[in-house]
Design a protein around this ligand. Structure first.
Ligand code: NOJ
Ligand code: CA
Length: 661
């Protein structure tokens, strides 16, 4: 029997859900209530009539943002419903449907607003202000709390203001000490999943979470060296604090809420922004068989560049990345001085760029900064103008190194820098792929040249550590990937590193690499091209490992420019199955954790009345290096059985059968 205080508490919670709501989602399921207590505001949230978030603090600790006790409170309601298109994305068409309430406290000096939006797939709120004096605002702390009413299980990486390349922790909410967002949760014993994150992060530090007591998490912003969190103007709107909600974990993946909380595109002509598949001179350096620096094992040579361009052209790929093409790599980890416009002597950039143009292949520029922000910012305009003159449309950036002056990567200083790169790149028609980035918060809607980013442990960790676990790979889609695309750099076919191990001149980089592992099957590597969405999708292995390999056909047939996507099935940390459509073709990818698993998948996502050839790339249960390729004809009324080996997966292309006339 439940104790009496439990019953009383439940009755109280239900009563508070029955108050007249401040704002309710269009389907009536999610309600957010705002209450005033003197000069401060709190919020609470009910979902399906039950309390999810107890009254929790709102606001900032900042001089000049505290309204008078007798400040006037005004409440305004509005609704919005629009379906909009984006030039690229998991889904090109997105519905933005919400109800909004704005609660404003105003006195002679200040207008301070909490704006709340309730969608069918979650809720969001932000702070806005206007100081009559025109004085700026110094933020010492953000007071936002998320006080959960019920126990929950969480998945998140620890909070760090420097890196997102951390392992996931799967903890009960009341054992979380700190976390970065997205923090995904399931309310215990309930069909209620959610994820706390932020949207539209500009000119403000990132938000991490710290548990203050019980089940209460509080915002913890990345500080600057003087301890201040943000220096802000007299008029400002903060990023949105978001809670995505769904009945299943896959509902979170299928939500467009984060993008909906960003402004429409500021780039008028987006014709130069194009999703693409690419290969690169990259994996060899991580395996230790090539170097970034010039020398006998230099990767980015003219000869290799031509080979990679030819390979891309022959295999229906659009881009080629070269790392270690520019001078300065000797200084990496030292004084971090790079020259972004000077190629090494054995990389003839003019003839390579001309050859790439001739072959209709996009050349990528790579800018490792080592964290030397002042030098990079000073060089940005001239560097990007130079790339544009070479016909380059993509730049991969990197920040492997601490920022000067004790600045954190994820502070207001860092956020401003990453944004400056995106906006400068847009001026020179460059797409950006950022490594060691700031977290994705949906700014790709406003800046559609901000294509993809790392921001989690990528493939590289398999080259020089014990590697990413299959459980990690099954968690990623439900946590990091909720925020947006990731340049994981999937698709290693030589999963035992046979070629690198056979290479007599193999270098030892970062210690002996022999214990390094990739916990996978090759079929799972193929499936990751679908599962881990990126509009710039890499086949990360050495091209020698793809040449003549039957299974590389999947990537040749794959289209990174998808129109529609759906997460079909999944459990956080256990398995995931996703399908995407590009034009008339569908691409399916599924992956499992360390356990073998069989999924039953109905093909009702296919178009009615069309017969498709399904080309299936499946695990060989006896040998993770083998891919069993088969073909059959299917329609939307069929069901398939997807069998996956431990750490394995399956990928399928569905292409309409063209009738012979
Ligand atoms: C780390 C990046 O994630 C990786 O892709 C890159 O190769 C190295 N830094 C060097 O820039
Ligand atoms: Ca990295």
């Amino acid at each position: 029997m439940k104790p009496i205080y439990y019953l009383l508490a439940s009755a109280l919670l239900l009563t508070s859900c029955a108050q007249s709501p401040s704002v309710t989602s269009p389907d009536g399921n999610i309600s957010v209530y705002i209450s005033r207590d003197g000069t401060s505001l709190t919020y609470n949230v009910c979902v399906g009539g039950e309390q999810l978030i107890l009254p929790s603090r709102l606001g900032l600790d900042a001089d000049g943002l505290i309204p008078d006790e007798d400040a006037k409170m005004t409440v305004s309601h509005s609704s919005f419903d629009e379906t909009w298109q984006q030039p690229w994305g998991e889904n090109k068409e997105i519905r933005n449907h919400y109800n909004e309430v704005a609660v404003t406290l105003s006195d002679d000096n200040l207008e301070y607003t909490v704006r709340v939006r309730a969608f069918d797939d979650g809720l969001a709120f932000r702070y806005e202000w206007n100081r009559a004096s025109g004085d700026s605002v110094v933020v010492r702390d953000e007071l936002t709390e998320f006080a959960f009413a019920r126990p929950a299980t969480t998945w998140a990486i620890p909070a760090s203001f420097e890196t997102y390349e951390l392992e996931y922790r799967n903890l009960p909410l009341d054992s979380v000490s700190d976390a970065n967002t997205p923090l995904t949760f399931q309310v215990d014993s309930a069909a209620l999943f959610g994820s706390i994150h932020e949207a539209s992060l500009y000119d403000y530090p990132e938000m991490t979470l710290r548990r203050t007591e019980g089940r209460t998490l509080k915002a913890d912003l990345a500080p600057m060296p003087d301890g201040v969190k943000a220096y802000l103007p007299a008029q400002f709107a903060t990023p949105w604090r978001t809670i995505q909600l769904g009945q299943t974990a896959c509902d979170l993946i299928n939500s467009g809420m984060i993008l909906n909380l960003n402004e429409p595109s500021k780039i008028a002509d987006t014709s130069w922004i194009k999703p693409q598949k690419y290969v690169g001179i990259w994996w060899g350096m991580h395996l230790g068989t090539m170097t970034w620096t010039m020398g006998p094992r230099h990767g980015a040579t003219t000869e290799n560049a031509i080979r990679y361009i030819d390979f891309a052209a022959d295999n229906n790929l659009q881009g080629v990345l070269f790392e270690g093409w520019n001078e300065g790599w000797e200084n990496w980890g030292g004084n971090q001085h790079f020259d972004y416009a000077k190629a090494y002597a054995d990389f003839d950039i003019d003839s390579i760029a001309a050859y790439a143009r001739h072959k209709n292949i996009e050349l990528w520029a790579h800018n490792e900064t080592g964290g030397n922000i002042p030098e990079y910012e000073a060089a940005l305009d001239s560097t990007f103008a130079y790339y544009q003159s070479l016909g380059i449309h993509t730049v991969k950036t990197g920040y492997a190194g601490g920022f000067a002056g004790g600045q954190y990567h994820h502070s207001q200083y860092g956020v401003r820098h990453y944004q400056k790169v995106v906006e400068t790149a847009a001026k020179y028609q460059l797409m950006v792929d950022a490594h060691e980035p700031i977290k994705e918060t949906g700014i790709r809607r406003t800046w559609p040249n901000m294509m993809t980013r790392e921001g989690a442990r990528g493939m590289e960790w398999n080259a020089w550590s014990a590697g990413n676990t299959p459980e990690y790979l099954c968690t990623l889609p439900f946590v990091r990937l909720l925020s947006g695309p990731m340049d994981y750099t999937p698709g290693i076919f030589d999963i035992n590193y046979e070629r690198a191990k056979a290479d007599s001149g193999r270098l030892e980089w970062n210690g002996p690499n022999d214990y390094c592992k990739i916990n996978t099957t090759v079929a799972r590597q193929i499936a990751n091209w679908v599962i881990i969405y990126s509009p710039l999708q890499m086949a990360a292995d050495l091209i020698e490992n793809y040449e003549g390999h039957d299974a590389f056909r999947f990537f040749r047939d794959f289209n990174a420019d998808c129109d529609w996507s759906k997460a079909l099935q999944g459990e956080i940390g256990k398995y995931i199955a996703v399908v995407r459509r590009a034009g008339e073709n569908f691409y399916f990818g599924a992956g499992t954790d360390s356990e073998a698993r069989t999924l039953t998948v109905t093909l009702d996502f296919l178009k009615d009345g069309i017969t498709y050839t399904a080309r299936i790339y499946a695990d060989d249960p006896a040998d993770p290096t083998k891919v069993v390729i088969s073909e059959k004809q299917v329609t939307a009324s069929d069901t398939i059985t997807v069998e996956m080996a431990p750490s394995g997966g399956q990928a399928i292309t569905f292409m309409p059968v063209i009738a012979n006339t």
